[in-house]
Design a protein around this ligand. Structure first.
Ligand SMILES: Nc1ncnc2c1ncn2[C@@H]1O[C@H](COP(=O)(O)OP(=O)(O)OP(=O)(O)O)[C@@H](O)[C@H]1O
Ligand SMILES: [Mg+2]
Length: 318
């Protein structure tokens, strides 16, 4: 996927020429949004979402968190108008959820990637680009632009999608979600199936979408991903918001002071610890920095890719 460099201008899409919503209004606003799935018996009814009051501001990255079955996908489907609420309401880009015009301004990556197995990546995107009424030249430009943007290895673009790895298919799904240059991008578990490097690239890409002025709503189980990219989050539990706020306000630990330094002589380390102790500091944890397995993995893959590129070998199969 693309690096964290300034975002390229997204190709202007002829078919997606939908008036941008008023920047003063929230991208998403729900009012006591509730979804109860009926069962044969009343005892089998499932309250997937209860009285959800949620506001996502324009231009922010908002994370929807929660354990399995807490209502994340249900929220997303309600916002897209794919299912109807039992009660309450939702407005998306200033219009009631499901509105046909605002839908054209929404890009959606579903939890599972649903793509035609017998088409290749280019044919798949070309198919969707036709649905947006793009002409041939626009389609050709947009397809290559977004496949580059999501970092799909050029070597696999002509291969049918049925043969793709999970991560490769996920990238095509994301390219499809972005094809109409939407204002609001809704990503259900965007990093599912991606390796650590793919995950990092996906995070960079989400940040690029923000820099390009888009609003992103994402759901994820991967908390460190969410922490790295989101401005604000909420945590759902059994369909209710239990925690909501900015990442900074929720995670700041005010009473812990942290310093990191390289090449500190052992004797100085001892003096620093002693100084802290005599100043009344508690729970002092001196230690040696250990790099993370994730860093080791990423370093190895990046080195291999660079070597392959230098030697003109096969791509990394992204
Ligand atoms: N069509 C349906 N019929 C009945 N119950 C449903 C239906 N869809 C979802 N549910 C239930 O609603 C609850 C919320 O499901 P949802 O898919 O929104 O969870 P989630 O937070 O996305 O979970 P996950 O992290 O596993 O993706 C679950 O208890 C689920 O079983
Ligand atoms: Mg889900």
């Amino acid at each position: 996927m693309a690096d964290a460099s300034p975002p390229p201008a997204m190709p202007a899409m002829a078919g997606a020429a939908v008036a941008a919503a008023d920047p003063g209004i929230a991208a998403i606003e729900t009012n006591k949004l509730t979804k109860i799935f009926p069962g044969f018996w009343r005892s089998q009814y499932v309250t997937a979402l209860a009285d959800l009051d949620l506001t996502v501001k324009r231009g922010e990255i908002f994370g929807l968190l929660g354990p399995n079955g807490s209502g994340k996908t249900t929220t997303i489907k309600l916002l897209l108008g794919l299912i109807n609420p039992t009660s309450g309401s939702a407005r998306v880009l200033g219009k009631p959820s499901g509105d046909q015009v605002s839908r054209r301004n929404i890009g959606y990556l579903p939890e599972e990637t649903y793509l035609y197995r017998f088409l290749n990546a280019r044919q798949t995107l070309d198919f969707y680009a036709r649905l947006f009424n793009m002409n041939r030249a626009q389609r050709a430009r947009a397809v290559e632009f977004y496949l580059d943007f999501v970092g799909l290895d050029p070597a696999v673009r002509r291969r049918r999608i049925g043969t793709y790895s999970k991560g490769q298919a996920r990238r095509v799904g994301l390219a499809q979600a972005l094809l109409n240059d939407p204002e609001l991008v809704i990503l259900d578990e965007p990093t599912s199936g991606l390796d650590p490097l793919g995950t990092l690239e996906m995070k960079n890409l989400i940040k690029e979408l923000k820099r390009a002025g888009k609003t992103v709503l994402l759901s994820s189980h991967n908390l460190s991903d969410v922490e790295d990219v989101c401005d604000r989050i909420c945590i759902l539990y059994r369909g209710r918001i239990e925690v909501e706020g900015t990442i900074d306000s929720l995670l700041e630990v005010k009473d812990v002071f942290k310093v990191e330094a390289r090449n500190v002589p052992v004797e100085t380390q001892g003096r620093v610890v002693e100084m802290l102790r005599s100043a009344g500091a508690e729970e002092i944890v001196p230690g040696v920095q250990r790099s993370r397995l994730e860093d080791l993995f990423k370093r190895m893959v990046l080195e291999k890719r660079a070597a392959e590129r230098a030697g003109g070998g096969a791509g990394g199969g992204r």
